[in-house]
Design a protein around this ligand. Structure first.
Ligand code: URA
Length: 212
């Protein structure tokens, strides 16, 4: 029996290759962002493999045939602010017409409760597939609170995509949301005392936005 039944790690050689350079502290900000996008595209390819398709008639230059298309508007990308923004372009490369539902949470210093500072709910949420993106699944706190919020607003079909997950975060997330599949490029060893993932890649937001 798998320890984390909701977790899928992509062992695709290209993902693992790119992740090696993402982890490397000498990788420049520019290359870091490009690689995060590329891995985002590859993970999005995996995560969307069960998307429903609709039959359409297409006239080729020679004949009429039945083809299948995805209703891209039914896919909602949910970047968790701020680091999740770094994976948006990569997903848009694959699904340019998906909706983007930004979600911003912070943890209140005194109560330690998550506070939503930005969220615009989607209409007809039960019709859509929500793809949460955040490069790091560390403690799982903000991912859990974000999924809670999406569900409270009617989302029924949610997936979570990250670059690197910590066992502690996967455990907490799957306990809170056993119905949400997690897709990651790597499952790392553990969290350190500051809740950074080891070996990890450092602070994903700082490396994406040059804020350190
Ligand atoms: N957030 C990050 O950016 N990095 C970590 O290692 C953990 C949380």
């Amino acid at each position: 029996m798998k320890k984390f039944p909701t977790l899928t790690i992509s062992n695709h050689p290209l993902i693992q290759h790119k992740l090696s350079y993402i982890r490397d502290k000498t990788t420049s900000k520019k290359v870091f962002k490009e690689l995060v996008d590329e891995v985002g595209t590859l993970l999005a390819y995996e995560i969307t493999k069960s998307l429903p398709v609709r039959a359409v008639q297409v006239d080729t230059p020679l004949a009429t045939t039945t083809c299948h298309v995805v209703d891209a508007e039914r896919v909602v990308l949910v970047p968790l602010l701020r680091a999740g923004l770094g994976m948006v372009d990569g997903v848009l490369n694959l699904i340019p017409n998906c909706a983007i539902c930004h979600l911003g949470l912070y943890r209140d210093h005194d109560t330690h409760e998550p506070v939503t500072y930005y969220f615009k709910p989607m209409p007809e949420p039960e019709e859509r597939m929500f793809m949460m993106v955040d490069p790091m699944l560390a403690t799982g706190g903000s991912a859990i609170a974000s999924a809670d919020l999406l569900k409270k607003n009617g989302a029924k079909n949610i997936k979570f995509m990250c670059l690197v997950a910590a066992p502690e975060g996967v455990e907490a997330f799957q306990h809170a949301h056993p119905d949400i599949e997690i897709y990651a490029a790597a499952l790392d060893e553990r969290l350190n005392d500051d809740a950074y993932i080891l070996p990890g890649l450092g602070d994903a937001g700082d490396r994406l936005f040059g804020t350190k």
